[in-house]
Design a protein around this ligand. Structure first.
Ligand SMILES: C[S@@+](CC[C@H](N)C(=O)[O-])C[C@H]1O[C@@H](n2cnc3c(N)ncnc32)[C@H](O)[C@@H]1O
Length: 386
């Protein structure tokens, strides 16, 4: 592996010996994580799974289970949208928002949403309430095409209204008076419902496509996103160097991809532009947050520069921001370690074989919950970040 990448891992506490052993070993984790779709028959889904075991540190309402490791793409509940494949450390970013405890309609913004795994979990966590709105934003048209497919597969009949925009998360929703800088609406659950009412969506023909374009344009002009419409919750699952996803690196190496860590190396070589993007995303996410609201900043990198240091820089310019403690209100503590900034959580990738479903075999992940002080409220940060 490239020397720079090795040094990076070593700095993040992942030593060369165990890392090489992990990447070269043929053994795979003995289990993997799945999540149930609450709009489907969860008892039936559960009964169809081999030895499902609830993830004890996440609220049961998140419907996360560990199952013996296997490919899930061919399982009926996966094919029909009853089952998601999702890493539990990713799930922690959404669970930290505690949306299942919300008891009045809220608006949630997911600023880097594609391919929409966490956005679906946000929607699922609000299934107990009607009148909620979930807005997803991503800059990549290709990734939004995948995100739309996932939303269509899983979110049919959801209690929330869902919109996906192609836009730059560092400026979304942009100035209200500049139409040329407007986000472009690419998915709206109300438009979807109308289309589905016109017959099952199969392969979209030309007239269905133009109907969809027309509906989206109408919705966009009747209710464009406005900088005045703030959000109660914001998730910023930022673009990062993805070095925490060691199971994926191993998978690529096994598939014979010599270049398995090339993209990590390239991103680390230009880490400064990455951290500058992350800071802008966090700053704009916070600008979109209501006073009293909560935000989660997360990455699947182990780099302190992309994690704690981004948050530190951000806090130094926002006296109205507090690092909030993360409490999953579960029977067991999360398998995380504290980050170097108090209140932040790190899920360190496990390099040894993890034998039972209570241990953690997820990806490396960082998360920080930040709350926005209401005007007149006292600061209560006890961290070193400002
Ligand atoms: C880590 S992925 C998000 C994964 C997603 N939250 C999920 O759980 O499925 C980061 C995403 O950020 C998007 N992105 C990168 N720069 C962006 C920007 N300036 N504005 C909005 N999205 C951006 C990328 O296209 C990518 O889809």
């Amino acid at each position: 592996m490239d020397q720079q990448v090795l040094e990076h891992y070593s700095k993040a506490g992942v030593e060369e010996g165990p890392l090489n052993d992990f990447l070269s070993s043929t053994s795979v984790p003995s289990f993997r994580y799945v999540r149930l779709n609450p709009r489907m028959n969860t008892n039936e889904t559960l009964a169809s799974l081999p030895k499902p075991s609830p993830v004890p540190w996440l609220p049961s309402s998140t419907n996360f289970y560990a199952i013996p490791n296997r490919t899930i793409n061919t399982l009926d509940p996966y094919v029909d949208g009853s089952l998601y494949g999702m890493d539990c450390s990713s799930g922690a970013a959404v669970a930290a928002l505690r949306l299942e405890t919300v008891n009045k309609p809220v608006r949630v913004l997911d600023l880097c949403c594609c391919p929409c795994a966490k956005l679906c979990m946000i929607v699922d966590s609000l299934e107990h309430l009607s009148g909620c709105e979930v807005v997803g934003v991503d800059i990549s048209g290709n990734r939004l095409n995948v995100g739309k497919k996932i939303a269509r597969k899983y979110l049919k009949g959801a209690a929330c209204e869902v919109r996906l925009y192609q836009a730059d998360g560092t400026t979304f929703p942009g100035p209200a008076d500049d139409i040329s800088a407007s986000p472009s609406l690419v998915f709206d659950s109300r438009a979807e419902a109308q289309e589905t009412n016109q017959g099952e969506r199969k392969k979209m023909n030309k007239s269905a496509k133009s109907r969809e374009t027309k509906r989206l344009a109408e919705l966009m002009s009747s209710s464009p996103p406005s900088p005045d419409d703030k959000f109660d919750f914001v998730l910023i699952d930022a673009e990062c160097s993805t070095d925490g996803a060691l199971n994926q690196v191993k998978h690529k190496i096994k598939a014979g991809k010599e270049t398995a860590t090339d993209s990590i190396r390239e991103k680390l070589m230009d880490e400064e532009s990455l951290t500058s993007l992350q800071l802008k995303l966090l700053t704009n996410g916070f600008a979109n947050l209501k006073d009293g609201g909560s935000l989660v900043y997360s990455t699947c990198s182990l780099s302190e520069n992309q994690n704690e240091n981004v948050v530190r820089k951000f806090l130094s310019s926002r006296p109205d921001a507090n690092v909030a403690s993360v409490d999953f209100s579960s029977s067991s503590p999360p398998p995380s370690i504290p980050g170097s900034l108090p209140g932040t959580l790190r899920f360190q990738p496990t390099l040894g074989p993890t034998q039972d479903s209570k241990s953690f075999s997820g990806s490396g992940f960082f998360l920080c919950k930040i709350s926005k002080r209401r005007q007149g409220e006292e600061a209560d940060n006890d961290d070193d970040g400002g």
